[in-house]
Design a protein around this ligand. Structure first.
Ligand code: NDP
Length: 240
């Protein structure tokens, strides 16, 4: 039986690498995105992976979008909550909008996507929920009070839900990437990026494929005994 995997923010960056890796591993994949139609169209052309557009920040849109995916491909058995944004700023200058947008996407979005698939996973007695948090949710990052709080929230959510899902065959895990060379990180000024790389013991940024391989492992039947865990993939930058 071919399992269905849904990857939020699955058309660009780390999410695109995850979608492709899951497709290569034999899953039927649905990749969602928020607004960048050109990137999504190019992604589908290159990979053949179906894309769906809605915002994870909108609960009703998530319910409707997931219903569409399930009608097209079948029940979602693997959910990768990868969609994320940054709205950085020092706290004394941070606006309520910057705070709210990041909470709505990076934390509420994880609720909005997981809640509609949860009962189906419970009924089928199988599920994999994989949340993409961040090193900055573990250690906190100056200028990212909103992002660090949301990403730390994802880790707490994972640990609580893992306990609820365990007896129903559902595992819930978090991956905390360090700095990966996606558009999000390449948008940072070169000087700042060099100073980031200087703090990474392996001496380089991570690659999106390296995170994707963590996801395919956590999605597989081989990882059934791993739940509630935080998998750190950061080149040794922050050790928990
Ligand atoms: P990108 O900015 O490259 O891609 C983000 C993806 O998420 C896009 O597909 C985007 O859609 C989608 N997205 C954004 N907002 C929403 C929304 N409201 N609803 C649905 N989809 C949305 O991000 P990265 O690949 O760099 O990051 C992926 C995840 O990894 C994020 O959660 C990020 O916080 C986390 N992370 C990244 C690190 C890094 O170094 N890059 C380090 C640690 C964690 P669209 O194309 O339409 O804009």
């Amino acid at each position: 039986m071919t399992r269905v995997a849904l990857v939020t923010g699955g058309t660009r960056g780390i999410g695109a690498a995850i979608s492709i890796a899951l497709q290569d591993a034999g899953y039927k994949v649905a990749a969602t995105y928020a607004g960048n139609d050109d990137a999504a169209a190019a992604f589908t052309k290159d990979t053949g992976i179906a894309t769906y557009k809605w915002s994870v920040a909108d609960y009703d849109a998530c319910v409707a979008g997931i219903a569409q995916v399930e009608s097209d491909l079948g029940p979602v058995e693997i959910l990768v909550n990868n969609a994320g944004i940054t709205r950085d700023g020092m706290f004394h200058k941070m606006t309520r909008e910057q705070w709210q947008e990041v909470m709505d996407t990076n934390l509420n979005g994880v609720f909005n996507m997981t809640h509609p698939v949860w009962n189906g996973m419970r009924e089928r007695k199988f599920g994999r929920v994989i949340n993409i948090s961040s090193i900055n949710g573990q250690k906190g990052q100056m200028g990212q009070a909103n992002y660090s709080a949301a990403k730390a929230g994802d880790i707490g959510f994972t640990k609580a839900l893992a306990q609820e899902g365990a007896f129903k065959g559902i595992t819930v895990n978090t991956i905390c990437p360090g700095y990966i060379g996606t558009e999000m990180v390449m948008a940072v000024p070169e000087k700042v990026r060099d100073s980031i790389i200087a703090q990474i013991p392996v001496g380089r940024l991570g690659e999106a494929d390296e995170i994707a391989r963590c996801v395919t492992f956590l999605a597989s039947d081989d990882s059934g005994f791993i739940t509630g865990s935080t998998l750190t993939a950061n080149g040794g930058q922050y050790l928990t």
